[in-house]
Design a protein around this ligand. Structure first.
Ligand code: MTE
Length: 316
């Protein structure tokens, strides 16, 4: 399998370089060298036996939770990715069809410098961080996942939003040949999501290229996805090909499919029930007892201010 993450550097060479680099980094106590280290992939078998590169060296961030990680197996085998079917195990079984070679992400709309980026350019754009985030799905289950990525704001700064830009739209790949789930009308394809510009610029909003130290497995949204940890999981669009800055609030896939159940904001909020179930509790995948769901999924400190003037029961 050829892809943009590959290089001809041998795994042994990487091991020693990684050790050397991490020692140097330890001594310098700096994040500055991460970008260069992070783009030094080596080919190796990943733990699920696929020929993945060992992709990333990165550092924990101040935004990481110290909670117990959900296992790699659950993170990569229990997924929502309707492009590959509506069952939780459909993505792991079907997503090998997705071709990520030569992938680009096009930034358009209300920006002074519209630009198309390939994955190598994204990898070089900003220091990669490991962010251990809680992901709370609207279906009342949750996981704790060590993502690899960088703040979306770094990319948006580069393309320079115009004064008219108020929202950011994220559009996933449309290709029913590769994504058999798109042959069914379960959603209005392609999958689309959106954020207000200030939400998109929040330091928590992560443009994500990997998890558990590896490139993103296809079923988790390869090669590039969004992760917005204070919102229900469906806001975190996978396999993104276009980011469009807009003046008007964009239409989003779940809101179009069922506006009374899925609002534009979709902030995790235990006070506001889904019409068919409560959002007060959640089941952490791998655990037996339910736990209380926290306001903004526990990220209030960083995001509550964004909604000071908003009635969150109306703007759910
Ligand atoms: N993105 C696309 N393109 N298609 C999808 O069906 N599902 C969403 C979100 N992003 C989805 C998507 C939902 S409902 C959730 S909970 C998360 O992806 C799941 O991400 P994970 O499989 O990496 O845990």
């Amino acid at each position: 399998m050829k892809n943009a993450f590959r290089s001809d550097i041998s795994p042994s060479e990487i091991t020693s370089r990684t050790l050397f680099e991490s020692r140097r980094r330890w001594m310098q106590g700096s994040l500055a060298s991460l970008a260069t280290m992070a783009i030094a992939p080596a080919s190796a078998k990943s733990r699920d036996g696929k020929d993945f590169p060992v992709a990333f060296e990165s550092e924990k961030s101040e935004f990481s939770t110290a909670e117990k990680l959900t296992t790699y197996s659950d993170v990569t085998r229990y997924n929502n990715f309707y492009e590959f079917g509506t069952g939780k195990e459909d993505p792991v079984e079907q997503a090998h069809r997705l071709k990520t070679d030569g992938w680009t992400i096009n930034i358009i709309g209300e920006v002074h410098r519209p630009q198309r980026f390939d994955i190598d350019q994204l990898l070089r754009l900003a220091p990669l961080e490991e962010r251990i985030y809680r992901l709370r799905c609207v279906e009342a289950w949750s996981m704790v996942i060590p993502w690899i990525g960088f703040p979306l704001s770094k990319l948006l700064d580069l393309v320079q939003p115009t004064g008219n830009a108020r929202y950011v739209e994220f559009i996933s790949l449309y290709d029913p040949e590769q994504m058999p789930g798109q042959r069914s009308a379960v959603l209005d394809w392609p999958y689309k999501e959106g954020l207000r510009l200030d939400e998109a610029m929040n330091p928590l909003t992560l443009l994500t290229l990997g998890l558990y130290g590896e490139i993103l497995p296809n079923q988790n949204g390869a090669p590039v996805r969004l992760v917005v940890p204070w919102k229900y999981g469906f806001k975190s669009a996978k396999s993104i090909v276009t980011i469009k800055l807009t003046e008007k609030q964009p239409a989003t896939a779940w809101n179009v499919s069922n506006p009374s159940e899925y609002g534009f904001y979709s902030n995790v909020n235990p006070q506001v029930s889904h019409p068919r179930w409560s959002q007060r509790k959640e089941r952490r995948i791998g655990e037996f007892l339910k736990r209380d769901t926290e306001m903004f999924n526990g990220y209030s400190e960083w995001v509550a201010d964004l909604y000071r003037d908003l009635d969150l029961s109306k703007h759910f």
